[in-house]
Design a protein around this ligand. Structure first.
Ligand code: CU
Length: 309
């Protein structure tokens, strides 16, 4: 099954919108035990909690899902779990998450005029009658708003331009190693350049900041753009894996306990109780995902031609 470019497929665009609206509805997909919150909000909380879990707890850089090797496998797992809910919400076994190719929009004279932001695409989520934010970060952790508020974005105000095609291709070409010690935001290697702590383009990070508002926070999945953005990040990781098929995921399981959550056979941080733990190793190949995923979870991308050369 195929993950498609959301701007080149009207059908999948409509499905994506319908699916997230269903998962956001507490009447249709309740967060068990949390009156008025939904499964959609549960994923927001999962992402926030992953960032609060520093690994090890004696520092403030690497957490269980960011600034470390697990950044890519953890977000792949997060998307797969969300995609599973989308499939049931839509009753469409063939549905796969679409992606937003932000490098295409980076080439526009004004990326804020891209059709992605129109009212019949992702622009509609800033309409207060369509979408409300219910949980936000606070000093004590996560706070549920007594009065939900509209989604916030500040397109193109902060952080520099969207990542250009050439910048992404350069990282794909020049980073043949997955990651490197000290396995944090100071590392060389593909993961850290794609995550955006290293390199001039600040690839993944700058897209969060460019969209701004809720997208720039630990509760970034409050903005459905999160899923389209991370699907594109996952696509770039896939392109890198196909380009360097012999480059191993690192670190190995023999690495220090300080790297808990990031070693190849560590259990990825989760709010789901999986019968088979999900590890980096199990999500390395989306065409043959390991347990607990089945053939029904396999996916491929419609195109990676823009990422070659
Ligand atoms: Cu994240």
């Amino acid at each position: 099954m195929i993950r498609r470019n959301i701007l080149s497929d009207e059908g999948v665009r409509q499905q994506f919108i319908n699916g997230v609206l269903a998962l956001k509805d507490p009447a249709r997909f309740p967060w068990p035990g949390q009156q008025g919150l939904s499964i959609y909000d549960f994923f927001v909380a999962w992402h926030h909690q992953s960032m609060m879990l520093f690994t090890p707890p004696t520092q403030r850089d690497r957490n269980s899902a960011h600034s470390g090797p697990a950044f890519l496998p953890w977000h792949r797992y997060f998307l797969l779990r969300f995609e599973g809910y989308m499939i049931s919400a839509l009753g469409a076994p063939d549905f796969r998450l679409p992606y937003w190719d932000w490098s295409a929009d980076a080439a526009l004279s004004d990326p804020r005029q891209s059709p992605i932001w129109s009212q019949d695409a992702m622009g509609r989520f800033t309409n207060p009658s369509v979408w409300q934010v219910r949980i936000v970060p606070s000093e004590r952790g996560l706070t549920r708003l007594a009065q939900p508020r509209p989604l916030e974005r500040s397109l193109g105000i902060l952080g520099g331009p969207l990542p250009a095609r050439d910048a992404v291709r350069t990282v794909l070409r020049d980073q043949p190693l997955y990651d490197a010690p000290p396995y944090n935001s100071f590392s060389s290697g593909f993961r850290n350049f794609l995550e955006g702590w290293e390199g001039p383009a600040r690839i993944h990070n700058v897209v969060h900041v460019w969209i701004g508002g809720d997208m720039a926070d630990s509760t970034s999945p409050n903005d459905p753009m999160f899923y389209l953005h991370h699907c594109n990040v996952d696509r770039i990781w896939r392109a890198w894996q196909l380009r360097y098929p012999n480059a191993p995921y690192v670190p190995a399981q023999s690495a220090s306990n300080n790297l808990a959550f990031h070693r190849i056979d560590d259990t990825l941080y989760s709010v789901f109780r999986e019968t088979t733990p999900v590890t980096p190793r199990r999500v390395l190949d989306p065409l043959s995902l390991g347990a607990p995923f089945s053939a029904a979870n396999h996916y491929d991308y419609d195109s990676m031609a823009d990422l070659q050369g």
